[in-house]
Structures are given as structure tokens and as C-alpha cells.
Design a protein around this ligand. Sequence first.
Ligand SMILES: [Zn+2]
Length: 133
Amino acid sequence: MKCWLCEFSDDTIAKRLNQYAADQISCMDVETIANAIHEQLVEACPMSDGIGSDEVLAHFTHHTIAPNIRVAMELRALLQLSGKLRDVTTTTDEETGLTVVDAKNVTAYRQVVQDIMNIYKLGDASKLMFANK
Ligand SMILES: [Zn+2]
């Protein structure tokens, strides 16, 4: 069975909620957006009463291919990963107390930063293919 947002994707309410997600994805994480949309959906469409916020979240994490949503989610994941990798680029040698650079982690960190920069170079994700879905 399709989720409500997929099943009624051409419906005015679903379009408005998907647009809300697209508008908010740059400043809110997808979990917060899913909760807000769930509240709006239940209020705007009583027939959707059985839908849970977890189903709304699944719509954005598994169903949608809208680039503005997907690109923003991947960017957030890469930003988190870059922070974790940055933290492990150096260690302290227990015997000498000297800082030791972990070349493997530096390489991984630099690659993730490059991937992040490449996403920023994409420009406006809403202009990419499937943007209006
Ligand atoms: Zn869906």
C-alpha cells in the first residue's frame, strides 16, 4: 500500500505539504519536517487520520526523489560525517604526547569536504530533474 503522500501526490494538500518540505529542508532536519507535516496533514485531511509521523518520515527518506529534498538530506549527512572525520584526523601519541596526523582519515575527510563542495556547486537543486515531484 502506498503512503498517503505518494497515493495523493497530485492532491492540493499533498502538493502544499511537499512544497512546505521543499521550502523548509534547508533550515530544518527531515524528522522535524515530517512531524510538522504529520500535524498539518491530520488537521487538513481527517481521512488521513491513520497515518503516523513515521510514515510521513518514510515518504521523505525512502519514497521521494525530489532533488531539493534528497540533496539537502545528503548534504546534512555529509556535514555530519565531515565533523566526525575532522575529529579523528589527529591523535595524541601516548608515549611522546605528540600530535600524530592520521593520513587515512585526513584523506577521507578531504574527500567528504570535496563532496560537500560539489553539492554546493550544483546550485539550485529545485531546478534539477524531478524537482517538481
Ligand atoms: Zn510516500
